[in-house]
Design a protein around this ligand. Sequence first.
Ligand SMILES: NC(=O)c1ccc[n+]([C@@H]2O[C@H](COP(=O)([O-])OP(=O)(O)OC[C@H]3O[C@@H](n4cnc5c(N)ncnc54)[C@H](O)[C@@H]3O)[C@@H](O)[C@H]2O)c1
Ligand SMILES: N[C@H](CO)Cc1c[nH]c[nH+]1
Ligand SMILES: [Zn+2]
Length: 430
Amino acid sequence: MLKKVKYPDRGSWPNLVKRPVQDYETLEAQIKSVFEQVRLTGDEALLQFTAQFDKVELTKLLVTPEEFNAASSLIAENLKKAIQQAYQNIKTFHEAQQEEFTPVETMPGVTCWRKSVAIEKVGLYIPGGTAPLFSTLLMLGVPAKLAGCQQIVLCTPPAKDGSVHPAILFTASLLGIDTIVKVGGSQAIAALTFGTSTVPAVSKIFGPGNQYVTVAKQMAGKYGVAIDMPAGPSEVLVMADETTDPTFVAADLLSQAEHGTDSQVVLLTTSEQTLQAVEQALEDQAAYLSRQTIVTKTLNNSLGIILSSTAEMLEFSNLYAPEHLILSVKNYEQVAVGVINAGSVFLGPYSPESVGDYASGTNHTLPTNGYARAYSGVSLDSFVKKITFQHLTSQGLQQIGPHVEVLAAAEGLDAHQQAVSIRLKSLAHV
Ligand SMILES: NC(=O)c1ccc[n+]([C@@H]2O[C@H](COP(=O)([O-])OP(=O)(O)OC[C@H]3O[C@@H](n4cnc5c(N)ncnc54)[C@H](O)[C@@H]3O)[C@@H](O)[C@H]2O)c1
Ligand SMILES: N[C@H](CO)Cc1c[nH]c[nH+]1
Ligand SMILES: [Zn+2]
């Protein structure tokens, strides 16, 4: 059950907001050796690590066209419809993120503008250790396609029988993605970083995963590959008061607790009665869950904290910087204005977090472990670079040039000054 803390003094807050993650150094040493072996022996290392960590003996890493084509007939019609509805909503929300850039004349004859250009080669990591997260493929594939990425490589761990879940393959075909590699964990991230005979190297790696995947992505950064963000074990923080329905709150906490034993869920409340009622509801509901063992372990790493006011709950939540924040308090609209650190926010009693996980339209690939203090979740912007352009007319250079000459001289950079002076002199002779 939740670890209960009543009216903790502020001095203890920094400790309370620490996540129950494994020590980075220990993981780093293990993952470094995975990277080394994948760099040296490529596909051979991928097959060997898949046997070691996933307990699957594969001979081929790529999903075949036959497996791909069979997928559609292996999933129910109502699931296909639900995937298509989620796809539409995610597409609509991400399409609205497209920006029009208008050229700006900063001085007469000096025009500047910006353009979004897709990252050509991207890798999408779709978790599959304990659940085949085809919803994550929608979250990454939709913006990658909208942005216009040319090469999209999808990596996902194989199931015990060596297959990839048909819903992942169906979603990939809906998106028009056909390079699908059966590899997971840190070995998948290493493959996308260095490239192997089967897996093309990419410029940016996207996607959530367990602690191994998250630390591996951070390591990929050291080899010059960009990453979306550290999107590790899922978490949710719920703010509840005496008006909250405890059964709703318990269901929301359990929905993230079931992701994995390294997840954490947090309940903040101003009401001792609410905390007790939520705990009872957690017990009642957990008894019927298929992932009860995972949930029980996660709840033991989780917190139920009583604070003295909604303002204090908001302050604590901003320090914790949760991946998901549910505002289950009476004045939720007002409280939402004060949120400064969170990945995605759910307002009021009828906005369960799982709707955002699947289908409302927002992206579910979000920063965890406090990274929401500085990072945003995945969006269309994550898949593009913004390139700036400028054009100066001769008059434009005559206007701005003398200022640049002064600035360059003051920095002692004569060649910079000269690049302007040489042109101004030639214009003086025209
Ligand atoms: N932050 C987000 O946006 C977000 C979104 C969705 C899911 N998630 C999180 O993604 C995670 C998915 O985790 P998962 O485990 O189900 O799948 P996963 O695909 O992330 O990891 C599975 C892989 O981990 C590797 N692995 C397992 N044990 C290992 C070990 N001892 N040493 C080295 N490698 C090992 C295996 O190779 C396996 O393929 C969950 O923690 C979930 O909470 C986060
Ligand atoms: N809650 C996860 C993000 O932390 C996303 C997800 C996928 N499927 C269900 N949930
Ligand atoms: Zn979820």
